[in-house]
Write a protein that binds this ligand. Sequence first.
Ligand code: SF4
Ligand code: SF4
Length: 181
Amino acid sequence: MEPDFDFLPEVEHESGIKASACFQCRKCSNGCPVTFAMDYPPDQIIRFIHLGLKDLALGSSTIWICAACETCTTRCPNEIDIAGLMDYLKQRALKEKVVLRDSLTYRFHRVFMDEIARHGRVFEAGILFRYLLVSGQWWSKLADGSWWRDTNLALKLLRKGRLPLRPHSVAARQEIESLLK
Ligand code: SF4
Ligand code: SF4
């Protein structure tokens, strides 16, 4: 894999985030609640940027799994906005049409963002239904019988009033939709 030595200056210039200030202490990754699902922890993505390993940084599932909770940004002793970097890398991966190695993660991200654009907030039942369809898991769940366990869980949530069947739109929905364009 050929390193791209323009990658670090480009990232810093376009995002306004000083990734080169990272000294790899790993405080960001140690606080991140979703590293268990990532292929590389956040500090390693920053290392890829330092080394010009653009394909690894943009092709990683990490950038799509990031929940933008900003724990990493808050913990960084060098005040690097790691959550902002993840967001920048997502935009760049889309712009460069990078093939996503973990396409299910990307499909979930798309469904999630579409639901936000439609209603201005998350509609859990809608996300669940659409994700099952676009991911193809609808059929595999029917085949292996796991749909029954999921249905039981959904019924429990329904009984507790935690899974509304109708979306509730927010007042500033169009404003949110335009932000996402
Ligand atoms: S917390 Fe900041 S300095 Fe430490 S590894 Fe993460 S980005 Fe780098
Ligand atoms: S913003 Fe993303 S990378 Fe940072 S702690 Fe939250 S989930 Fe992890």
